[in-house]
Design a protein around this ligand. Structure first.
Ligand code: FAD
Length: 402
């Protein structure tokens, strides 16, 4: 057809919500909408630490895209994006190509290694369903191999986790729950299994308030997590990390890196300007000098003009950016004024495994333990409601109604 073509790349939090809003807000005669994603499912990136630890299954953490997107209004295209030819308004896919009039790039993150030697080659990473399932299977393999009588090293059960930011902490929290279950299943002494979290900064969870940090650390240490704080990872090898100024070698059968994120590599490979791993977009979420390209979610920085710092990049902001992005595409089509993005911070809650969690909600109200965990479940279910309505909450939701 000769209608304008809107192409959305990536069906994560940002891409799904943009597509959903466009399909609700635009008349069918205003534009064609196409959503491109690598898989036919949408996964809950904020739940991946559970898949990696084995406390949640891959299926509980993903949703078929055709179940929640109106396929009469949106064309779904399941293929991997290889390159964006922005000067030709074309997108190259693994198995074809598409052209566009308006483009939304929402391809999410890849793990940043900060140039630490060996991380890229040797560390496992919590990036998507497949890489997370790989971690779960790798850990279980160590147990299965030992209990089958195979010869294994003393350190095979050790699990090393690099990075004590949000993802690293939520992951070791889940391991604190999962490891005792594995020990029971494979009849292995819990004391044989060390879970060691290594962080270069002077505390875990940089950016969180002191009392929340202290609560989290105590709770995790009580459940057997060891911390090596203020210890820089110098190198990652096949069987561990070399850490600290004295280059101590810590061996492990499982080595996971959670240290940081940067834009999907497709973005830099397509010639966009990258600063600190991402593209800085205008406040209307468009790329400078490209009036028809939006970059949202973990691929971009949006600056908060009030303090000249970027807004936080997380699921909460990705969802809110999607609203602004859809509104602005509608404004472009209708020749109306565009809006600037503004972030409505609703708080942050980190799970610590089992029924424990901590964080802040609303105006800095602090929550700990089961109350915080209940709030975390509400946050998770609220998102399911946004993408899939009450049906999806009942199917995949975490709050137990009965
Ligand atoms: P994503 O949700 O990662 O989606 C990217 C999509 O692009 C995926 O569907 C992927 O399959 C697709 N894709 C990737 N490459 C290609 C390609 N080449 N071609 C086609 N499709 C492709 N944030 C919070 O606010 N609260 C939390 O509690 C929280 N917890 C987290 C816990 C973990 C373990 C992690 C890893 C992150 C957490 N975050 C949290 C951060 C949050 O998940 C991200 O900021 C958010 O997912 C960003 O959304 P996005 O849409 O940009 O990317």
């Amino acid at each position: 057809s000769n209608k304008p073509k809107i192409l959305v790349l990536g069906a994560g939090y940002a891409g799904m919500m943009t597509t959903k809003r466009l399909s609700q807000q635009l008349r069918p005669d205003e534009a064609d909408i196409t959503l491109v994603n690598k898989h036919n499912y949408h996964y809950l990136t904020t739940w991946l630490h559970e898949v990696a630890a084995g406390t949640a299954t891959p299926n509980s953490s993903r949703v078929m895209i055709s179940d929640v997107i109106n396929t009469k209004r949106v064309q779904l295209h399941f293929d991997a994006v290889v390159e964006i030819k922005k000067d030709e308004q074309r997108v190259i896919l693994e198995n074809g190509e598409l052209s566009y009039d308006y483009l939304v790039i929402a391809l999410g993150f890849e793990t940043a290694t900060f140039g630490i030697p060996g991380i890229k080659e040797h560390a496992l990473k919590i990036e998507n369903i497949d890489s997370s399932r790989h971690i779960r299977d790798h850990i279980e393999f160590q147990f299965a191999r030992y209990s089958s009588g195979a010869e294994t090293s003393e350190d095979a059960f050790n699990i090393l986790v690099g990075g004590a930011g949000f993802t690293g902490i939520e992951f070791v929290g889940e391991l604190a729950k999962r490891v005792p279950e594995l020990c029971k299943e494979y009849n292995i002494d819990r004391k044989k299994v060390r879970i060691i979290n290594v962080e270069a900064a002077p505390t875990i969870l940089p950016g969180f308030d002191d009392d929340l940090v202290e609560y989290a650390q105590n709770s995790l240490e009580e459940r057997g997590i060891e911390f090596r704080i203020g210890a820089k990872i110098q190198e990652c090898t096949e069987d561990g990390f070399i850490i600290g100024d004295d280059h101590e070698k810590v061996n492990a059968g499982t080595v996971v890196w959670t240290g940081g994120v940067q834009a999907n590599p497709v973005v830099s490979q397509s010639g966009f300007d990258i600063i600190k791993g991402k593209v800085t977009v205008n406040n209307d979420l468009r790329v400078p000098n490209h009036d028809n390209i939006f970059i949202i979610g973990d691929c971009s920085w949006v600056m908060d003009k009030e303090n000249d710092r970027p807004f936080p990049a997380n699921a909460q902001s990705a969802i809110q950016e999607a609203e602004t992005c859809a509104t602005n595409i509608k404004a472009l089509l209708r020749k109306e004024a565009l809006q600037d993005f503004s972030f409505d911070y609703k708080g942050t809650v980190a799970s610590l495994g089992g029924s424990d969690a901590m964080g802040t909600i609303f105006d800095d109200k602090k929550l700990y333990g089961m109350k915080a965990k209940a709030m975390k479940n509400v946050i998770d279910d609220r998102y399911l409601y946004l993408v899939g309505g009450p049906k999806l909450v009942l199917k995949k939701g975490k709050v137990k109604f009965f």
